[in-house]
Write a protein that binds this ligand. Structure first.
Ligand SMILES: [Zn+2]
Ligand SMILES: [Zn+2]
Length: 301
């Protein structure tokens, strides 16, 4: 009987989470995946949607589980103006093939996609995409049309990708999108030796910054995030710990405080004592704070 009650509780909880819609705000940020790389019963891996009115215009990352969350969000692939990939760790990109498979049934226009340049450890965006989708040599040859390959009768394909690369050796921000009143800039951020990008989007006089995975040691990121309405930062490691590729909770709080953001949303949440991590973060950050959850929607104001 007790077990039955618990099952019912979680079923109800799941239903309530998935029922949240983000389409009713002028500008809103929705978390599709609030977790990190480890298997988690409640959190998909990293992914975010930026809604402008009733349309989801920008998808940031597509980690494991985000494919389902995108469906639950009721966003439409045809509405997207841009996919922005932060880096090529699997918890940020592994659902991309599932997302693109059979996408020509949902969208005719090509789909702009932006991501980082590569190094000896990680491919650049074009190499990453061609290793996945090239019609002759890709792992998913059936998605060859995503790379401009010819349609094959009886093979579903994927919508054509319009890829642009950001050179991560560049110290200053790069404009990666500027159309229909939405501007997106990217900044290289320190994530060990993995080329990685943070993104800032400005639309309808509002702004959101996506920190992605980083250790917080680049002071230019504080300038990049300065004064933004919403800053999404990754709370990847526990209180009292340090890591060469991820910022500690104390550093996350310090960056948000120094940048003077309107609201900090923590996401990419690891499986540790969350209360202790938040307490550490709050020692330096005194502003509005949201602890991220899958499908959570935050109006940007
Ligand atoms: Zn990650
Ligand atoms: Zn990472």
């Amino acid at each position: 009987m007790i077990r039955y009650s618990i099952v019912c509780f979680f079923a109800l909880f799941s239903f309530n989470v998935s029922a949240e819609t983000c389409a009713a705000n002028p500008v809103a940020l929705q978390i599709l995946g609030s977790g990190g790389p480890t298997i988690n019963k409640d959190r998909a891996s990293t992914s975010y949607l930026l809604w402008v009115g009733p349309q989801a215009k920008m998808l940031v990352d597509m980690g494991g589980g985000a494919f389902l969350r995108f469906g639950q969000s009721e966003a439409k692939l045809a509405d997207l103006s841009l996919i922005a990939l932060s880096h090529f760790h699997p918890d940020h990109v592994s659902d991309l093939p599932a997302f693109l498979w059979l996408s020509p049934y949902l969208r005719k226009e090509s789909l702009p996609i932006v991501g980082p340049s590569g190094n000896d450890l990680v491919p650049s965006l074009p190499v990453f995409l061609s290793r996945l989708f090239d019609a002759k040599s890709g792992a998913f040859q059936v998605l060859g049309t995503s790379m401009g390959g010819p349609p094959v009768p009886g093979v579903g394909g994927g919508v054509l990708l319009d890829a642009s690369v950001v050179d991560v050796t560049k110290a200053e921000p790069s404009k990666v999108y500027d159309k229909d009143g939405m501007t997106v800039t990217a900044l290289a951020i320190p994530h060990g030796r993995i080329p990685a990008l943070a993104y800032r989007v400005e639309v309808k006089g509002k702004s959101v910054v996506f920190s992605s995975d980083q250790n917080g040691s680049n002071p230019k990121f504080v300038d990049f995030a300065r004064g933004t309405n919403v800053l999404v930062m990754h709370l990847a490691i526990a209180a009292g710990t340090t890591n060469p590729i991820h910022a500690s909770p104390a550093v996350v709080g310090k960056i948000a405080q120094e940048a003077g953001v309107g609201r900090l949303i923590v996401s990419h949440i690891g499986q540790f004592d969350l209360d202790a991590a938040i307490a550490e973060l709050k020692q330096s950050y005194k502003g509005a704070l949201t602890v991220g959850a899958d499908l959570q929607c935050t109006q940007v104001n």
